[in-house]
Design a protein around this ligand. Structure first.
Ligand code: ATP
Ligand code: LTN
Length: 423
């Protein structure tokens, strides 16, 4: 019965215990459900409250059908005797989202406003994978114990910033070997000419002239593997990463053209406010966690006094008026930060500080930032005390990520002609 049920539904991904259903699957589920429901409910009890019997009436929505399908899947899991703790039952057909951050340096306000904050708002709409991409970090030399500590802090910060680890797959890249395996394969489908054009490589090579390693050069291929491994539909990234997303799409399309429809072609997802926060010491440069000048960046864990002090010292100009315009890049950046933290528009901000000087505006920006970061910091410290809780998230989510990664990887290995595994 389980087989018959599975085979009738064109799921995007399926496992004995996991089904993701596209909307149009609703009707098939409906038909399948009508056939199997009575047998299943006899064995596992009545439908839970709030889940409508899909066979009950014509007025059942697609979502209700999908919910029923989720329940039926769970019922099937129970009947098949699979450990339900491992069962992931999805009840509607969400698109997949992948993103990640490197565990190099301490997270900045730029990382939060440009990435993390948007991630939180996307959790409900998408099936999300958020990785701590520690394998990318070693393209630049790292101190081992620092790297381990930073990776853990970053993962904890993801949660402190609002990502629910039950809804989002939050995991370490290095815990899923599929990233490295797929990256190798994709290396063989990437041209040197393409990699030569990557501006991030040129920047980082100039900055680390003593260590221009092959990993730094093929960094975009590992990033492509991250994204394609999970068949991601969307990838939230800042402007600086668009070129890497473009090469990911090119590699995927090249592979698909040879082997068929294997990879989903990902789209960039650009958030609106705060997508491009600049350095406080040099507004020509983006705020970056690897900046050697600590005054150039606001770190997520900076205490309130430090934050206010850094804003007071921010490089601006001699115009002495709070105006949102290209000619005043330092002030423009501060206005953008203020707006991202308060929800105000640049026009409202100009009005609010009309006739006032930078000595009023700069501390106000600092206060706005403190009010956003303080709750995140408090939650971070609370979470850090609960080692068992974080350990459990690391373990469970690595399992989930591995499951999806292996699925894509096996498909790819088969297509390119690697010998089958003998079980
Ligand atoms: P590094 O200095 O190590 O290169 P970084 O601070 O530039 O790090 P990344 O790890 O490269 O940060 O980026 C993590 C995410 O944060 C990416 O989505 C990136 O686009 C975003 N991001 C980084 N810096 C900024 C910024 N200044 N403004 C907006 N978004 C940013
Ligand atoms: N290169 C990115 C981090 C990163 C990433 C990814 C982002 C690695 N793999 C996959 C999105 C999707 C950066 O430096 N911001």
């Amino acid at each position: 019965m389980l087989n018959c049920y599975k085979s009738q539904i064109p799921c995007r991904r399926q496992r004995g215990i996991k089904l993701e259903l596209p909307q149009e699957a609703g009707y098939l589920v409906f038909a399948a459900a009508a056939n199997v429901l009575s047998n299943l409910t006899q064995s596992v009890g009545p439908l839970p409250a709030g889940i409508k019997d899909p066979a009950a009436s014509n007025g059942v929505s697609n979502l209700q059908r999908c919910r029923a399908a989720g329940y039926l899947t769970l019922a099937a899991v129970l009947l098949a005797g699979i450990n339900h703790r491992e069962a992931i039952v999805m009840i509607d057909g969400k698109k997949v989202l992948f993103s990640g951050m490197q565990s190099t340096g301490n997270l900045t306000l730029g990382n939060y406003l440009g990435a993390l904050k948007n991630w939180v708002s996307l959790s409900d709409e998408y099936e999300c994978f958020y990785s701590v991409v520690d394998m990318h970090s070693i393209t630049v030399r790292q101190d081992p114990s620092e790297l381990r500590k930073r990776a853990r802090n970053l993962l904890t910060l993801y949660i402190a910033a609002g990502l629910d680890p039950q809804k989002n797959c939050i995991y370490y890249q290095s815990h899923v070997s599929g990233h490295a395996e797929l990256a190798w394969i994709l290396n063989c489908f990437t041209y040197i000419g393409e990699l030569n054009r990557m501006t991030q490589f040129k920047d980082k090579a100039a900055k680390h002239a003593d260590n221009i390693n092959a990993g730094l050069y093929t960094y975009p291929v590992l990033m492509a593997a991250d994204i394609l491994l999970y068949q991601a539909d969307v990838v939230p990234v800042g402007k600086d990463q668009l070129q890497h997303l473009e090469i990911t799409r090119d590699i995927a399309q090249r592979f698909n053209a040879i082997y068929g429809d294997i990879f989903t072609i990902p789209e960039p997802y650009m958030g609106k406010a705060g997508a491009n926060i600049r350095s406080l010491q040099n507004p020509e440069k983006k705020m970056s966690k690897s900046d050697e000048n600590a005054n150039a960046s606001i770190y997520l864990m900076d205490d309130p006094d430090t934050i206010i002090r850094k804003f007071k010292r921010a490089v601006t100009d001699s115009e002495a008026s709070v105006r949102y315009r290209e000619e005043q890049p330092g002030i423009k950046n501060l206005i953008e930060i203020y707006c991202a933290c308060t929800g105000k528009t640049p026009e409202e901000t100009e009005k609010e500080f009309d006739g006032k000087g930078y000595s009023d505006f700069k501390p106000a920006v600092g206060e706005a930032v403190v009010s956003v970061l303080k709750p995140i910091q408090d939650r971070f410290y609370d979470l850090s005390k609960d080692k068992a809780y974080i350990d459990n998230i690391i373990k469970e989510n690595a399992g989930k990520a591995n499951y999806y990664a292996t699925k894509t990887l096996r498909k790819v290995q088969k297509k390119i002609g690697f010998p089958e595994r003998i079980r």
